[in-house]
Design a binder for this molecule. Structure first.
Ligand code: CMC
Length: 429
């Protein structure tokens, strides 16, 4: 809908652009005709003011600390629902009724096994490979095993590929972990819930019984819900861009995993825990706060700040509660890293530098501590993020493919290199 118009003046020329209304949040100026009419591009590195697509999945108000999936606040979904329900909501647009929920859970549950030949891929990796490297490879390889769901023009195949990825990602991730610790793969158990099954595949061994504490399974499920989708972040935009060329969904999600790996994105919880370990004791916090403020020092407080949230990350609040529940069940009271985390949070929340810039602890600050307590090594943290984010990537990819206005993504540039010059033979250079 375009009721209002924006006007742009360049020299003596005036140009008009339609403004499209958002259901909530900022409207957008449609500058699609800008280049054609003005021979100019917009310049917005990092896309800080650019909406690259129209979407009805997730809404974030970073200043107010709001995160909605299909209109539902994240805290309600995390407190009252479960991960598979959130998956259904993201994929189909609404919460499932009882029958839809049972049917969806069954379809996911019965796709958890992976093609047996895929298990051989793992032994091609070094045992000390980062599990994210393994994830990029194995998830990309899904397209070599499930040919019957790579035709993106077929709606049924798109949905089968989507369900396959949601169902198989825990198995693939757990196998990456088992391979790294030299233990045999544990196959999925369909009598367990999604999160409990994942914990079982990670921590059970054939030689003894593994009992899953329901509080820990619930915490795992909550971590999945909190990471399920987050609007047009870097990895989601990567998935959309990869998909815009018509690439198959397995390949697109592998591209998303590669992007998520970076420390400014999904790698932040790993980086946050590494930083807490480096700080070591609360008395060293002022030294690190000083470094974080020093512009000549590249050090940043990992787990603080967010591109979109300039207020408390709503996910961080729930994560903080979950962290304490997990530590309570596991009887962890005197963890020095936790002491550092609590003290660091207190100091940073009162410090003028952090307050002025709206730098609050983000979800990664707490999820690292929780995942460590659950028994995961730090290099698995981003893997768990990718497992949970898979549904968001797929929902966004499907939305893009099903959008009649969809085009291949092709950003332009401000060229500042040499102008045309003639080739110089090597003996004359
Ligand atoms: N420690 C110290 N200073 C910081 C930090 C930090 N963690 N984050 C931002 N700043 C400062 C920055 O130096 C700048 O200061 P000034 O205005 O004086 O130049 C100001 O705050 C704004 O920073 P920015 O780099 O323009 O902000 P951005 O929106 O580009 O960056 C960010 C967002 C998340 C990359 C950044 O805050 C950061 O590097 N945080 C640490 C890494 C981290 O925890 N990432 C997880 C993000 S949440 C997970 C996800 O959704 O993927």
């Amino acid at each position: 809908m375009a009721d209002q118009k924006a006007e742009l003046t360049i020299g003596k020329e005036k140009y008009e652009f339609p403004i499209h209304q958002a259901s909530v949040g900022p409207d957008v100026i449609n500058i699609g005709t800008l280049y054609k009419n003005t021979n100019r591009f917009t310049f917005d590195p990092g896309f800080t003011s650019t909406a690259a697509c129209e979407s009805a999945i997730t809404y974030i108000d970073g200043d107010a600390g709001v995160l909605l999936h299909r209109g539902y606040p994240i805290d309600q979904l995390a407190e009252e629902g479960d991960f598979l329900e959130t998956c259904y909501l993201l994929l189909y647009g609404d919460l499932p009724n009882k029958e839809q929920r049972a049917d969806f859970n069954e379809r996911v549950t019965y796709h958890t096994m992976i093609h047996d030949q895929m298990t051989r891929l793992y032994s091609g990796f070094r045992r000390d490979a980062h599990p994210m490297a393994v994830m990029v490879g194995v998830v990309g390889a899904l397209s070599a095993f499930y040919h019957d769901s790579t035709d993106i023009t077929d709606e049924k195949q798109r949905m089968i590929a989507s369900l396959r990825m949601i169902a198989k990602m825990p198995t693939i991730a757990a196998m990456a972990y088992k391979y790294s610790v030299g233990q045999p793969f544990v196959y999925p158990r369909n009598d367990l819930g999604y999160a409990a099954n994942f914990l079982h595949m990670c921590f059970a061994v054939p030689s003894e019984e593994y009992k899953i504490d329901p509080v820990l399974a619930r915490a795992m499920d909550r971590i999945f819900i909190l990471h399920a989708d987050h609007e047009q972040n870097a990895s989601t935009s990567t998935v959309r861009l990869a998909g815009s060329s018509g690439a198959n969904p397995f390949a697109c999600v592998a591209a998303g995993i590669a992007c998520l790996w970076g420390p400014a994105h999904g790698g932040a919880n790993e980086a946050a825990l590494t930083m807490l370990n480096e700080i070591g004791t609360p008395d060293r916090i002022p030294e690190f706060i000083k470094r974080a403020k020093d512009k000549s020092d590249p050090f940043r407080l990992m787990g603080f700040g967010h591109r979109v949230y300039k207020n408390y990350d709503p996910r961080a609040k729930i994560m903080q509660k979950t962290t304490h529940e997990v530590l309570g069940v596991l009887g962890i009271k005197d963890d020095p890293i936790l002491d550092v985390a609590i003290e660091l949070e207190k100091i940073a929340l009162e410090d003028e530098y952090f307050v002025e810039r709206g730098l609050y602890p983000n979800i990664d600050f707490y999820s690292g501590i929780t995942l460590k307590a659950l028994g995961f090594p730090t290099d698995m943290f981003t893997v768990l993020f990718s497992l949970a984010r898979t549904v968001g990537w797929i929902a966004q990819w499907k939305e893009m493919i099903e959008d009649p206005k969809q085009k291949i993504g092709r950003p332009r540039q401000l060229y500042t290199g040499p102008t045309q010059r003639d080739y110089v033979p090597v003996d004359k250079r």
